[in-house]
Design a protein around this ligand. Structure first.
Ligand code: FE2
Length: 445
């Protein structure tokens, strides 16, 4: 074998492995997952009981806007409306090279954070399709180390913005993967519903997936998710359609939601919440009590709907923070949704890994023989500790090769009579030993 990772603890989603296992890798794929693997490899990594997970997946991002913080000015109020105005000021100044440079820089951050698959929306309302061409170029360039999936996103409304539907079709013809939409931004509820219909019909015709910004609103009567689920069912798009944000569901009447959730389940519509952005942008017009504005994550999960968390924005007109860390996203989602039960915390880890991978339709994702050897070794014993500590990504592995590494977070105390090193994990008898670094190729094998 090329590489064996010894004594890896796995996340719950990888199956019922109670004890640490060895992961054997050959030609970029996982070939064995078992305790005490009797084989040798050119390179071995001792995980010493730490968590090894499939990579983080961000199912909802805007790479055309990322890292534009301060261009041409910062968002002084921090509101959605000023963010939209700011994006309008920035758009005419965008150059293809600047878009590519910023996106590539973000992809470097992502890889360093163990984030190896991203679904990014790209605005198609500019008839030059500058951002589309730039992100298609980025997709080609990063393919060896990161799966970038693009959504043709008519930011200003497919019906409301002249020429947007044609632009969207041109973007798809150029190689964009997914059909986007924004029904709540159309002029009326009726036009919103009409936009859902035409976009879903187009996706069905083309055999594509759909991911719409849907009901990103505090208005409980913004019910485009109902139309999205109904059109999905009508057109047989089960399992290929996603509603992003869905924040109006937070404010909806409970009785109505009791009908909506089974409808979503029936059509196999998935949901993406964006906790960092929704907790900051929603309910800005509320005084007190202030709504949280995130969609109903635990209730949807309990109803059998696939729910993932997205980052949405990093250092752009809408959000001045972030660094591509999906553990930060999971941490915020867990808090906003009050998912502090033990199973719920593990479910928040799934929301930034396996659930998101299902939405993208990633093939070969996971830790089992036959899967691509894309793995992240975390400085944590399990998924809950990983979220609590936003644990260091000690090693990031893409198709069997280490592509990034980070030191463990440790502090040195200089208090008399105290231990010199603090590592923030609970002190127990079964304390994790030092992580073994890989033996350089050709030395041990
Ligand atoms: Fe978004």
């Amino acid at each position: 074998m090329d590489l064996i990772i010894r004594r890896a603890s796995l996340p719950r989603s990888a199956g019922p492995h109670r004890e640490p296992v060895d992961i054997g890798i050959e030609a970029g794929r996982i070939v064995a997952v078992q305790a005490g693997l009797a084989a040798s490899a050119a390179e071995e990594i001792d995980a010493a009981g730490s968590l090894v997970t499939p990579p983080f997946v961000d199912p909802h991002f805007h790479m055309d806007a990322t890292l534009s913080y301060g261009l041409p000015r910062v968002n002084a109020s921090g509101t959605l409306l000023e963010g939209i105005a700011l994006w309008g000021e920035l758009k005419p100044e965008l150059t293809q090279q600047a878009l590519i440079d910023r996106a590539l820089q973000y992809c470097d951050w992502a890889v360093a954070r163990g984030l190896l698959a991203i679904r990014s929306h790209v605005d198609v309302c500019d008839p030059r399709l500058l951002a589309v061409e730039a992100l298609l170029e980025v997709k080609r360039r990063v393919a060896p180390y990161l799966d970038l999936q693009l959504v043709a996103f008519p930011q200003d409304g497919v019906l409301r913005s002249p020429g947007a539907f044609d632009n969207l079709k041109r973007a798809i013809a150029l190689g964009v993967d997914v059909v986007g939409g924004i029904p709540h931004f159309e002029r009326t509820m009726a036009e919103g519903a009409e936009s859902v219909r035409i976009l879903c019909e187009y996706a069905a015709e083309q055999g594509l997936r759909v991911d719409m910004h849907c009901d990103e609103s505090d208005d409980p009567l913004s019910r485009h998710i109902e139309t999205l689920a109904a059109q999905t069912h009508r057109l047989g798009l089960h399992g290929r359609v996603t509603g992003s944000h869905l924040t109006s569901m937070h404010s909806m009447d409970n009785y109505y939601v009791s009908k909506l959730l089974p409808l979503m389940r029936e059509s196999g519509v998935a949901a993406i919440a964006n906790p960092l952005i929704n907790i900051t942008l929603q309910a800005r017009s509320d005084t007190y009590p202030k709504r949280r504005g995130m969609t109903r994550v635990p209730e949807m999960m309990a109803a059998g709907i696939n729910v993932a968390f997205g980052h949405d924005c990093v250092m752009d007109p809408w959000y001045s923070l972030g660094s591509g860390d999906m553990l930060e996203v999971a941490h915020m989602g867990l808090h906003v949704a009050q998912m502090t039960g033990i199973d719920a915390m593990h479910a928040c880890f799934d929301a930034v890994t396996v659930n998101a991978a299902r939405i993208l339709g990633l093939e070969g994702y996971g830790i089992a023989p036959g899967c691509e050897a894309n793995l992240v070794l975390l400085d944590a014993r399990d998924a809950v500790e990983a979220i609590r500590l936003r644990a260091a990504r000690l090693m990031v592995i893409r198709r069997g090769k280490v592509v990034a590494s980070s030191p463990a977070a440790r502090a040195t105390l200089t208090l008399e009579g105290r231990p010199a090193q603090v590592d923030f994990k609970l002190q127990r008898g079964d304390r994790i030993e030092a992580i073994g670094m890989p033996t350089p190729r050709g030395v041990s094998g």
